[in-house]
Design a protein around this ligand. Structure first.
Ligand SMILES: Cc1cc2nc3c(=O)[nH]c(=O)nc-3n(C[C@H](O)[C@H](O)[C@H](O)COP(=O)(O)OP(=O)(O)OC[C@H]3O[C@@H](n4cnc5c(N)ncnc54)[C@H](O)[C@@H]3O)c2cc1C
Ligand SMILES: *[C@@H]1O[C@H](CO)[C@@H](O)[C@H](O)[C@H]1NC(C)=O
Ligand SMILES: *[C@@H]1O[C@H](CO)[C@@H](O)[C@H](O)[C@H]1NC(C)=O
Length: 420
């Protein structure tokens, strides 16, 4: 291990991966940790700044105090393409092969099975819906989880620099006999922060700080929208499972504090490719993501009309594209940036399924830091040599668990806004 417990460490990004790492490094005895984030936590740029995220039991950990075991109703609708059904069946097989989960999996063979189990759906058509219910799964309030860990780690002495002073513009390197080594980072306001080790956890903005990653990481987004319910509607929907039709999208039990019901349409997502480099990065301004593409709105309304028809025509609020860091194989990247003398670690490639790892993610960073050979012990999480440059960065379109075509933001944005 190149760093010792009292060396100054910088973590860039206080999202899911960054905060989890901070917690585990504190537990491992590191004493001088500073987190830099361009916003207060939870940041509006964090993919985890959200009401709810699905938590599948395969990853369950006692740390998840927010975890609510409401169940995960995982189906396809009657019109689903065969790929959607095949994916569903692979998920189901994965749950049923696990001895602890298997007893919690219930077959859903018809819409009547759903109506019988959840009275809230007793008026719902659910045409052709079938799949399974996993009573071992649930969801967590991800925005609150970030807030909680921010507070807890700050109380234990971690320094947080949030806002413009914490917005990092670049990693600073010095030349060495072996190449280069980072000595810290610079903020957009010109402040230099020295460090022995820089840990980059900037989510979809990864390639701005670590351009060496190239097309291994593709900034991609999915739509999120909400229906604002009345108090009565919110209480009536307490206890519904996370409800997911693989071909349409999914929604959650409404939040009792805000009365918001969160919906995500299913789709191939949107990318924002720089024509010069072929690399997709997240847009710099939130306004560029504050809309709901027409096709996604149609999907959401179809999902609602089959499940909660009284909400199908309601206004959709808090609409946005939520950006994450995608990789071709949906594998994370937890590794040293090559040729930096082990002075920079990259945490990326969450691929849109990373929040459920919040309680345990940081342990994998610690394992790598303390590995005797300074190597990522898990081969699939290593930095992969970038392949030959391809024209577009839209990798991962063929990943089985996401259905649909990936499109360029510029092609669907209202008024065809600026590219980057
Ligand atoms: C629509 C949608 C639905 C999802 N649903 C699920 C789900 O159901 N279950 C699940 O497990 N996962 C889900 N995810 C994925 C999950 O949100 C991500 O995997 C997780 O948030 C990734 O964590 P991260 O720390 O890598 O990035 P983020 O949480 O995005 O955090 C990145 C942080 O870096 C900061 N930052 C960026 N640039 C800079 C800079 N230059 N200087 C300083 N700070 C910077 C940002 O402000 C932010 O706080 C979903 C994602 C999306 C978009
Ligand atoms: C942490 O590191 C910074 C940067 O080197 C240094 O200025 C500071 O004194 C250190 N703090 C402690 C408590 O060691
Ligand atoms: C649906 O359930 C509610 C609450 O139990 C009940 O009031 C209503 O009559 C039910 N409707 C049907 C069609 O069964």
């Amino acid at each position: 291990m190149g760093v010792s417990k009292n060396d100054p460490l910088l973590v860039i990004g206080g999202g899911a991966f960054g905060l989890s790492t901070v917690l585990h490094l504190l537990d491992a005895g590191f004493t001088n940790i500073t987190v830099l984030d361009k916003e207060e936590i939870p940041s509006r740029f964090s993919a985890a700044n959200d009401l709810n995220k699905i938590v599948r039991a395969e990853y369950e950990d006692p740390f998840y105090t927010d975890l609510t075991l409401v169940g995960f109703l995982h189906c396809v609708s009657g019109e689903a393409p065969v790929e959607a059904l095949n994916t569903l069946n692979r998920f189901r097989a994965a749950a049923e092969i696990h001895p602890k989960i298997k007893p919690k999996v219930v077959s859903i063979d018809s819409s009547a099975d759903i109506r019988d189990r959840f009275w809230q759906y007793n008026q719902s058509s659910l045409p052709g819906w079938h799949g399974y219910l996993n009573q071992y799964d649930g969801y967590a309030h991800s925005g609150d989880a970030l807030k909680g860990i921010h507070k807890a780690t700050k109380a234990r002495g971690v320094k947080f620099v949030l806002g413009d002073e914490g917005a990092v513009s670049e990693i600073v390197y010095e030349k060495t006999s072996k190449g280069r080594k980072s000595i810290g980072v610079k903020s957009v306001t010109g402040v230099f922060y020295p460090a022995k080790l820089v840990i980059v956890a900037a989510g979809a903005a990864t390639s701005r700080l670590v351009p060496e990653i190239g097309q291994q990481v593709v900034a991609k987004s999915w739509s999120v929208a909400h229906v604002h319910l009345t108090d009565e509607e919110t209480s009536a929907l307490r206890g519904i499972p996370v409800t997911y039709a693989r071909d349409l999208g999914f929604f959650f039990e409404p939040c009792p504090k805000t009365n918001l019901l969160k919906l995500c349409p299913m789709g191939g997502g949107y990318i924002n490719t720089d024509p010069g480099t072929g690399v997709s990065t997240s847009p710099e301004f939130l306004e560029d993501s504050a809309f709901l593409p027409k096709h996604d709105e149609a999907q959401i309304r179809k999902l609602l009309s089959q499940t909660l028809p009284s909400l199908a025509e309601r206004p959709l609020v808090k609409k946005s594209l939520c950006w994450f860091a995608d990789t071709k194989d949906s594998d994370f990247i937890i590794d040293y940036v090559p040729e930096t003398s082990d002075s920079v670690i990259l945490l990326s490639g969450d691929s849109g399924h990373g929040f459920k790892m919040f309680p345990i993610f940081g342990a994998w960073v610690k394992d790598m830091l303390t590995a005797p050979d300074s190597q990522q012990p898990v081969p699939r999480w290593r930095w992969k040599n970038p392949p030959k440059k391809t024209k577009r960065g839209d990798w991962g379109g063929a990943v089985s668990w996401r259905l649909g075509e990936t499109r360029e933001l510029a092609d669907i944005a209202p008024g065809h806004r600026a590219k980057l």
